[in-house]
Write a protein that binds this ligand. Sequence first.
Ligand code: NAP
Length: 303
Amino acid sequence: MLYDILVVGGGPAGLTAAIYAARAGKTVMLLERESIGGQIVYSPMVDNYPALPHVSGSELAAKMYEQVEALGVEIVSEEAVKAEKQADGTFLVTTDYGAHTARAVILAVGVQHRRLGLPGEDELVGAGVSYCAVCDGAFYAGKDVAVIGGGDTALQDALFLANTCRSVTVVVRRDRFRGEAALAQQLRARDNVSVWFEHRPVGYVTLDGALSGLNVEGPGGQRMLSVEGVFLAVGQEPCSAAFADLAETDAAGYFAAGERCRTAVPGLYVAGDCRTKEIRQLTTAVGDGAVAALAACADLNAY
Ligand code: NAP
């Protein structure tokens, strides 16, 4: 079947694009390689989404999914590995299971966790190193943990972990947080949280294959933090590599597109965190999804 619009990515941007496209009467397929909701499912508590204060990211994602499904969007669990424009102007999107065709494509592929790249890091994932406080926090109840990073994710993770862990040490490489002041203020009110500014991790310490500590370096030299868990929240990088042949990216790999979410390729749109933009928030991802879908619908209707 030739779909009107194929949305790649089931995070808030892709889900919103699917809602707008389906409501405009288009046939829509949405591809998602992992779980619906994208990065937002890792947010323990979202406090800045209008009209829905204090909602967990996974709850929000579930509501978005229900809405998309009810609109008749075909949601497919496949990973898009390539997208190309064919001679007749339609797109062929190849996945790990097959291929799909559409008249327009919206890439809402989001971002993935950045790694620190310290020796032994990959082997320690699941044995002391984690990228997801919501998923793994319960394993560290009553224990000492560290959170690396000073952005919104680190602040949210630290707040979440402070509810159950004995102590949480936030290691921030600069002399201040990058994340929201309101979250930083909540963190300061927690007795079991300490913040080490101007420190950066330099190595993991292990005992019998499991994490037992983290070496950090700061103005006073190197110190060892005795922790059983390290939660990495050092930012993200775009999941754009599979589409680099089709869509132009900047040096960091973010898709080049303006506020209307149109790329230089007619019929190809980008939405959400994977787009070049200043502010990456749930609200701006949702905004992008609407804008990209409406641009795609307008262009399809013009043919
Ligand atoms: P981020 O804002 O890019 O912050 C990454 C943090 O990690 C920064 O403190 C950065 O330090 C630090 N860092 C980067 N590389 C490091 C390294 N090699 N060693 C030590 N520290 C390192 O990433 P994020 O917190 O994941 O947020 C990503 C986007 O999602 C942001 O736009 C954020 O606002 C948004 N977000 C919003 C919410 C919300 O509810 N409002 C929640 C989560 C995420 P520097 O500051 O020195 O670069």
